[in-house]
Design a protein around this ligand. Structure first.
Ligand code: NAD
Ligand code: GLY
Length: 361
């Protein structure tokens, strides 16, 4: 069964289709293609698995595919790799109306989207996410970016896709570690705004990790429903959307500090969320029992609950580049209770260091 949700953005409203076998469903993608050719940006891992299936589907409608196969990994989310996409687009005389389809995880989606936003000032963009993380989070909402050595996702653009096609069958080939990293972002929605979903995740975590299709379908759809609501209300993150960054300020510091690709994004978010929860307890906002519940669910999902010891000063330095910093003041997503997150500065910054210290190896 295919589920379809919408991201409501007025004239730019777009559907998210979720189901098994959707890569072969010509009726989903073909109607949104305005040319008889399409660029498919993917990587060396995903191309051998899914490029031919997608190509065959597009060829049913007479659409020729120009594949752009990038090196695989967070460490390649750079200007240099982005330029490979532009080289291919220009080399093939792609036009402003040529559609670009991102086939892969969040790295491909973020880079493909940024390339689509920039090339001739914007070409049609379609997300075909193939990791759990990309299906529940990064393919929805229009954030696109590359990393900078000094900070994660620092160079980018808001650029919404025309369509998201999440084929749950692609998750069959996802390595376990990558599946668990995606679960971190699923848990995030429960923590920030959907406590009933958090209860459901606790009750169904083993089914998710065992890749039971109905559990995955439910988790992807409920995550996307949460994300679609937030994005519709605050597309450019002037308020509520920042809550989607629970654990990310600490997490991005971990990813940048350790070198991109060493810890997976979802792993860093899990450990970063535990620090945010620890700080929330220290501020007297969150019950200690809730912190333990959060630790338990991440631990059960095989995600790290202890962050690497980079040194408090290094954490603070890395976090000074965070996109939520305002007038030089760090602002963090913290928890008031399970299902209620807030963005706040912390008057006594030494408390941030203490929370980091308490949650590092
Ligand atoms: P990823 O894109 O690196 O994919 C993880 C790994 O799985 C890669 O090796 C990839 O090649 C492989 N892979 C992808 N699909 C596969 C499949 N079906 N079978 C087997 N292997 C497969 O990582 P990710 O976790 O998908 O995404 C993380 C990125 O997303 C980070 O760069 C993060 O910053 C970004 N992100 C963006 C947003 C956003 O809103 N734009 C939100 C969250 C995360
Ligand atoms: N993943 C954070 C956001 O989309 O805002």
């Amino acid at each position: 069964m295919t589920q379809t949700l919408n991201v409501a953005l007025g004239a730019r409203t777009y559907p998210i289709h979720i189901g098994s076998g959707l890569l072969s469903d010509a009726g989903l993608i073909l109607p949104s293609l305005k040319q008889k050719r399409a660029v498919v940006v993917t990587n060396t891992t995903v191309a051998p698995l899914y490029l031919d299936v997608l190509r065959a589907t597009l060829e049913v409608g007479g659409v020729d595919v120009l594949p752009v196969v990038l090196p695989d990994g967070e460490q390649f989310k750079t200007w240099e790799t982005l330029n490979l996409i532009f080289d291919a687009l220009l080399g093939a005389n792609c036009e402003r109306s040529t559609p670009l389809i991102a086939l892969g995880g969040g790295v491909i989606g973020d880079m493909g989207g940024f390339a689509a936003a920039c090339y001739q000032r914007g070409m049609p963009f379609i997300q075909v996410p193939t990791t759990l993380l990309a299906q529940v989070d990064s393919s929805v909402g229009g954030k696109t970016a590359i990393n900078h050595p000094l900070g994660k996702n620092m160079i980018g653009a808001f650029y919404q896709p025309k369509l998201v096609v999440a084929d749950l069958a692609t998750l069959d080939t996802l390595p376990d570690r990558e599946l668990r990293a995606g679960v971190a972002e699923v848990i995030k929605y429960g923590l920030i705004r959907d406590p009933e979903f958090f209860d459901w995740i606790e009750a169904n975590i083993d089914r998710l990790l065992a890749r039971e299709k109905d559990a995955l379908a439910y988790a992807v759809a409920r995550s996307c429903a949460n994300k679609a609501e937030v994005v519709a209300a605050d597309e450019r993150e002037s308020g509520e959307r920042a809550l989607l960054n629970l654990g990310h300020t600490f997490g991005h510091a971990i990813e940048t500090g350790l070198g991109y690709g060493n810890w997976l994004h979802g792993e860093a978010v899990a450990a970063g969320t535990v620090i945010a929860a620890e700080l929330s307890v220290r501020l007297g906002w969150l019950a200690a029992g809730t912190l333990h519940r959060i630790e338990r669910i991440f631990d059960h999902a095989g995600l790290p609950v202890i962050a690497p010891r980079l040194g408090t000063a290094r954490y603070m330095d890395l976090m000074s580049h965070d996109k939520k910093v305002q007038d030089g003041k760090l602002r963090l997503v913290l928890l008031k209770q399970l299902g209620q997150a807030v963005v706040s500065d912390v008057a006594d910054e030494s408390m941030i260091g203490a929370a980091i210290d308490a949650r590092c190896t």
